[in-house]
Ligand binder design. Structure first.
Ligand SMILES: [Zn+2]
Length: 110
């Protein structure tokens, strides 16, 4: 597969910037918890738990993007971490930081 590394790097760096910002905002929201003194049964706790889940997702995304940038630098970009086969081009266009091909990703989700 012919990869346009310059374009992908730009894309990944932009994604990384956005994901890092998102992560920081969620971290900030999670810190506020103490000030409100949220207790069990408080409707705000649901929002807090939602933010926690979003924070975890954002943190994973940041890690994935960093890993993709690392692979790009080493010339290993675009290969599935599980089966080692090239990741589908259409998939990389949608998820430039993915580390799995669609087949392995589907299996992981089960
Ligand atoms: Zn695979």
């Amino acid at each position: 597969m012919q990869v346009d590394t310059v374009k992908i790097r730009q894309l990944l760096e932009k994604e990384l910037e956005e994901a890092t910002k998102e992560l920081e905002e969620l971290e900030k929201k999670l810190e506020i918890k103490g000030d409100y003194g949220l207790g069990i049964g408080d409707p705000n706790i649901i929002q807090w738990e939602l933010n926690l889940a979003l924070r975890d997702r954002a943190a994973r995304k940041v890690e994935d993007i960093k890993r993709a940038l690392d692979k790009l630098a080493k010339g290993e970009y675009g290969f599935c971490e599980i089966c080692g086969k090239p990741i589908e081009e259409e998939r990389l266009e949608l998820l430039p930081y993915t580390t799995l091909c669609s087949k392995c990703a589907a299996q992981q989700r089960r």
